[in-house]
Design a protein around this ligand. Structure first.
Ligand code: IDC
Length: 441
């Protein structure tokens, strides 16, 4: 996992604000983003032979994962030309499909504190706020803003064979324990690599990479969810076999489902969407508050609250309207998660993998901010915006999540028909509870 020098790595700037109740908001002008290493050109250290082409590894440069890491270098990125990633002032635009020299699908970037370290957010007893424009993000797409418990340096110090570090966007992990990651713990994931049958750019290796994940926002113009996903591991951790959830989804060291709050799924079908209470045809503000049991940053996470602001109006999150769940609930608490899993008959992996208290430990240690746009080769994003499982009765509580058709979201369709889709995140603010927003946004 070496560094290549064909293209200089220049991180696009993305200023954000730190806010306090007493002092107002202060711009962090050193904020910048970095593209995840999986999207980058990977070539031999001695020249420009590809180590990875399409969805396969070069057998000569990569006879095994360790040799591959010594032979192969990650290069700098042309953010706008190749990947459709642009920043302007405090706004970040991620395009879905970009036709540069090669066709690029989606992207994932991280917020950095410097050119070599990710910004580490400690959100307990704090709130995180951003503006989002999903008006050009239809069914099947997911514009996601979330926290993953990655190492600040991308794992360089724990895994010295990783020479690229955070500067090149290495060290990704999340609660799905993804196995499509090309380098894990400083070693290429090339051993036992199986090219994807549905994705010309992806495959899966022997290893996955797991960590606590807090999904602040997973959404398109039809549906939105926020979802804590705890793990039993307490830092970025490589998994193999069952621990990745490969054969049994719930045998994983992480909670793959999470405790999700999606207003439509929770029974308010007129809250989020085009022309609805939160009108997705135009920009709005999303506020997420991480409340602790003792009202301090050293307490335990007890509630994750959501507030929206649009057109100068503060909009409280929708209330739950599901038989068997208290109708006064409009946020994520342990009570909500217990009642929801029971009412919907869902797997209790959230509780089993530590629940809100488990999520709390990850958040207390500090997590990396991830911003992405993606389509779903596994289940067409139907778990977010349609009826899922597709063979269940959609009138059964918990099945319907949005109004997208069960035949929507197929990557082969939308990578063509919705190629020009994009999401814009802007005006990121972070700090004391109720210090980052007002009625004006
Ligand atoms: C969702 C996760 C999301 C993940 C997606 C696909 O929240 O982060 O990307 O799965 O793996 C289910 C589904 C399960 C859903 C979950 C919440 O089986 O895939 O998790 N859920 O929608 N059934 C009921 C709830």
């Amino acid at each position: 996992q070496q560094v290549g020098t064909n293209t200089a790595e220049v991180h696009p700037s993305l200023p954000w604000q730190k806010c306090t109740t007493s002092g107002g908001c202060v711009t962090q002008s050193s904020g910048k983003i970095v593209l995840d290493s999986n999207w980058r050109w990977l070539h031999s250290t001695t020249g420009y032979t590809n180590c990875y082409t399409g969805n396969t590894w070069d057998a000569t440069l990569c006879p095994d994962g360790t040799t591959c890491a010594a032979n192969c270098a990650l290069d700098g990125a042309d953010y706008s030309g190749t990947y459709g990633i642009t920043t302007s002032g405090n706004a970040l635009t991620l395009k879905f499909v970009t036709n540069g020299q090669q066709k690029n699908i989606g992207s994932r970037v991280y917020l950095m504190a410097s050119d070599t370290e990710y910004e580490m957010f400690k959100v307990l007893n704090q709130e995180f706020t951003f503006d989002v424009d999903v008006s050009n993000l239809p069914c099947g797409l997911n514009g996601a803003l979330y926290f993953s418990q990655m190492d600040a340096d991308g794992g360089m110090s724990r895994f010295p064979t990783n020479k690229a570090g955070a500067k090149y966007g290495t060290g990704y992990c999340d609660s799905q324990c993804p196995r499509d990651i090309k380098f894990i713990n400083g070693v290429a994931n090339s051993d036992g690599w199986t090219p994807s049958s549905t994705d010309v750019n992806a495959g899966t290796g022997q290893y996955g990479t797991c960590c606590n994940e807090m999904d602040v926002w997973e959404a398109n113009n039809n549906a939105a969810a926020y979802t804590p996903h705890p793990c039993t591991v307490t830092e970025q951790t490589r998994c193999e076999g069952d621990a990745c959830g490969t054969t049994d989804r719930y045998a994983s060291v992480c909670d793959p489902d999470g405790c999700d709050f999606n207003s439509f799924r929770m029974g308010d079908k007129t809250f989020y969407g085009a022309g609805m209470t939160v009108d997705t045809t135009k920009k709005f503000t999303v506020v997420t508050q991480f409340i602790t049991d003792d009202g301090t940053a050293s307490g335990t996470l007890s509630e994750i609250r959501r507030i929206y602001v649009q057109d100068g109006k503060v909009i409280q999150n929708s209330n739950v309207n599901i038989p068997g769940i208290d109708s006064s609930i409009n946020s994520i608490t342990s009570d909500f998660c217990d009642q929801q899993k029971t009412a919907f008959g869902d797997n209790t992996s959230f509780q089993d993998k530590g629940g809100l208290a488990g999520m709390s430990k990850g958040l207390a240690d500090g997590m990396v901010l991830v911003l992405s746009v993606w389509d779903d080769h596994a289940v067409n994003m139907l778990w977010l915006d349609s009826d899922y499982p597709t063979d269940a009765d959609p009138s059964t509580p918990g099945i319907a999540r949005g109004t997208c058709s069960t035949s929507s979201g197929k990557p082969t369709d939308i990578e063509t028909s919705e190629a020009n889709a994009s999401v814009i995140y802007s005006n990121i603010r972070f700090g004391d509870l109720n210090s980052t927003y007002s009625a004006s946004g």
